[in-house]
Design a protein around this ligand. Structure first.
Ligand code: ADP
Ligand code: MG
Length: 699
């Protein structure tokens, strides 16, 4: 019989009193034995041997050297000032480098004395150095356990209570000792044989106390596999069951609405990618099972039109369709777009948002309920209880990540048979992330922009070159264009962020007295925001200053310049989203990334990618590699968040694919995991996902 992994509270562990338990819970959310066991080291220092200076290269992990500093040298000035220790062990010379605490180092470390040096070698051009190494006198280092020493992330608060990395290591030891160095296996024997991975107990032991680099690698592989495998198994099982259970509305006909529009009113040829996606959607909606499709496409790739065509298919089959947008501005814009496309067709369309007047609402709601209105475009107002449809056949959700899964699920309840669902997002999601977040959705990609678009030119400028920037803005406005200026608004620094925006607003008004400057931000009332936005949309204002509220979907084709202030504070995907606000008209568009002079290496890389690439997928992949999935836009909302303890979606794509293939293979044989030999899987799934609502059933 299955025994669950250890749920005992951490307080029962020797060395953990109530106070430490509280800190561990508050700082790291570690509550049970199992939580602690799955709190893995983030790095290891190889203390198994001393490396020779002559063999050191930039690809090595943390290593240790034994030798002497010959002399210290100080180079650079101000911010670039650094201390260099010329270190040798007789086989060669290497620079130890400090940027901070220079005098502390020169006070403590004596040239000529033998020390043990720990650090991560870095390669800079052709030169290898070790920045900020730990330096121990020989006799102290002698007491350190040999082998690979684990290092655990800790917080300032933890350190104050003596819960540093070493203390966590001791707790792990006590814990493993308490449970006899064994944990319950999570993969059936037959599966472990098949994939040739080490038992879980061995993996857990080696992740905390590696016997060797080889064992550590195997342990990491096993634990990453476990983590990704169970996520996939969960998603795919749920999706499979849903497909078996839920019949979808069948849309067998392509009828008059679709054909008439396509033949007569579509103002341009669809791109190849649009055609392909429309075909995919048609196949889905005609298949007899409910469609759950994620439509990804860069800003401006023409998703709205694909949505419209899909909605016409629903209408052709005597169903209604709705399109839900995350903001009032967007919903209104979609409504205007759709109305313009359909102006010569006999089809009844309504707009429903939070600010739809009561008198209008009183007319619309019954008409939706009795089927008179065929298409409804709106905001969250669409999922309020008062709204009911006669026969909702398709729900399109635009800019998916602004909606919680829960909200999506409420659309479902609007119809006896679940409507087909098309989720559109302009945030390109790397494949690995899509497989993990939306593994149960089918994915369509529009990877082609409508013809005739000029690629946006992206420039990086330091903020001490403002005069040139203003000159450039003036030139563009003079040529009839409009300009966005965006300021960051980041959790935790809202106060100073808003101040920056307000000050910027005043400054721009002074610098450009001949033009009208308007401003929108999240603290404004909806009506005020709309008024300001309208000034820009109508062309009355030439410059729009904003926080990231304009990120989503706003479409002003005449705006051809996007200035992003403090661009170093934005993530790559966000920068890409912002940039997508321009380049929508026929004119050459520009995006200017304005930053301060002092930039970290990562930031420089980010900016370089932005300057060199306009491909949303490429950028999203790079973002995933640079920042890790935890920070990615779209992964933080409640319910959808993924909390990976060891796997890295940026680096472990192959393991993920393997885990998914295996999960699929198992489910093909045994969709509900009923077989005796699959009971471990069943139980582990329950234990892992029991506390979560089963979103797979309702997304
Ligand atoms: P998205 O929602 O993907 O950002 P939109 O649907 O708003 O993009 O389309 C951007 C612009 O391109 C719109 O003005 C739209 O009318 C236009 N457009 C869409 N498809 C085509 C096409 N095949 N050829 C030319 N223009 C197109
Ligand atoms: Mg759009």
């Amino acid at each position: 019989m299955w025994i669950d992994l250890d749920k005992r509270a951490i307080t029962y562990l020797p060395g953990v009193g109530p106070r430490k338990a509280e800190i561990l819970q508050k700082e790291l959310r570690l509550v049970s034995f199992e939580d602690l066991l799955y709190y893995f080291p983030y790095k290891y220092i190889d203390r198994s041997r001393f490396y020779k200076v002559a063999e050191v290269n930039g690809n090595m992990p943390y290593i240790q050297l034994k030798g002497r500093i010959l002399y210290f040298d100080t180079v650079g000035e101000g911010r670039t000032k650094r201390l260099i220790g010329k270190f040798t062990d007789g086989t060669g010379m290497i620079d130890l480098v400090w940027f901070k605490g220079l005098s502390y180092v020169t006070d403590k470390i004596r040239p000529g004395t033998e020390y043990i040096v720990f650090g991560k070698p870095n390669e800079f051009g052709q030169v290898v150095n070790i920045p900020h190494p730990d330096i121990d006198p020989l006799d102290q280092a002698g007491q350190v356990a040999s082998g690979l020493a684990p290092f655990y992330h800790t917080t300032e608060k933890m350190k104050k209570s003596f819960l540093n990395s070493r203390a966590i290591q001791n707790l792990q030891y006590n814990l493993l000792h308490a449970i006899g160095w064994e944990v319950q296996e999570t993969l059936p024997y037959w599966l472990r044989q098949k994939i040739q991975m080490m038992p879980l107990s061995e993996a857990i032991r080696n992740i905390h106390f590696p016997e060797s680099i080889e064992k550590l690698n195997q342990a990491q592989l096993r634990l990453k596999f476990d983590e990704l495998f169970y996520i996939q198994l969960n998603i795919l099982r749920t999706a499979g069951l849903r497909k078996m259970k839920l019949k979808g509305i069948v849309f067998p006909t392509v009828g008059d609405y679709f054909n008439l529009f396509y033949a007569k009113y579509l103002p341009f040829e669809l791109t190849g990618a649009q055609k392909r996606v429309v075909r995919e959607i048609r196949a889905d909606m005609g298949s007899g099972r409910q469609m759950n499709r994620l439509l990804q496409g860069d800003v401006g790739s023409g998703k709205t039109l694909v949505a419209l065509l899909s909605m016409l298919l629903a209408v052709d089959n005597d169903c209604q369709a709705c399109m839900m947008a995350p903001t009032e501005i967007l919903a209104t814009q979609h409504y205007a777009t759709v109305m313009a496309f359909l102006k010569d067709m006999d089809i009844r369309v309504a707009l429903l948002t939070g600010s739809t007047k009561k008198s209008v609402r009183n007319k619309i709601l019954p008409a939706i309920a009795n089927g008179e209105i065929q298409l409804v475009i709106g905001t969250h107002a669409l999922i309020e209880e008062t709204v009911s449809f006669a026969s909702l056949g398709l729900a399109v959700i635009d800019e998916q990540h602004r909606f919680g899964v829960e909200q999506r699920s409420r659309l479902w309840s609007k119809s006896a048979v679940p409507p087909h669902v098309l989720v559109m997002t302009a945030t390109p999601i790397p494949r690995t992330l899509a497989m993990t977040l939306y593994g149960d959705l089918d994915v369509s990609v529009i990877d082609e922009l409508p013809p005739g678009r000029k690629p946006i030119k992206t420039l990086h400028r330091y903020d001490n070159k403002k005069a040139e920037l203003y000159h450039f803005i003036r030139k563009e406005i003079h040529a009839g264009r409009q300009v966005y200026v965006v300021y960051p608004l980041i959790e935790g620094s809202e106060k100073s962020d808003y101040k920056n925006l307000e000050e910027g607003f005043e400054l721009y008004k002074e610098i450009f007295p001949e033009y009208k400057v308007c401003m929108v931000h999240g603290r404004m009332k909806a009506a005020e925001k709309d008024t300001e936005m309208q000034k820009f949309i109508s062309g009355e204002a030439q410059i729009l200053m904003a926080t990231t509220v304009i990120e989503v979907g706003v479409n002003v084709p005449n705006a051809s310049v996007m200035i992003i202030e403090s661009a170093e504070r934005f993530g790559l995907s966000q920068l890409h989203q912002l940039r997508g606000r321009v380049g929508r008209g026929a004119d050459q568009s520009y995006c200017v990334l304005v930053t301060s002079f002092k930039l970290s290496n990562d930031t420089r890389k980010r900016l370089e990618i932005m300057v060199n690439s306009t491909d949303g997928f490429e950028i999203a992949e790079a973002d995933l590699r640079l920042r890790g999935h935890g920070d990615l836009e779209g992964t933080r909302q409640s319910g959808d968040g993924i909390d990976l303890k060891i796997a890295d979606l940026g680096a472990d794509g192959q393991i993920l694919q393997y885990a998914r293939d295996i999960a699929l293979e198992i489910l093909n044989e045994d969709p509900n995991l009923d077989a005796e030999t699959n009971q471990i899987l069943n139980e582990r799934l329950k234990s892992l996902f029991a506390r979560r609502t089963n979103w797979g059933m309702i997304s």
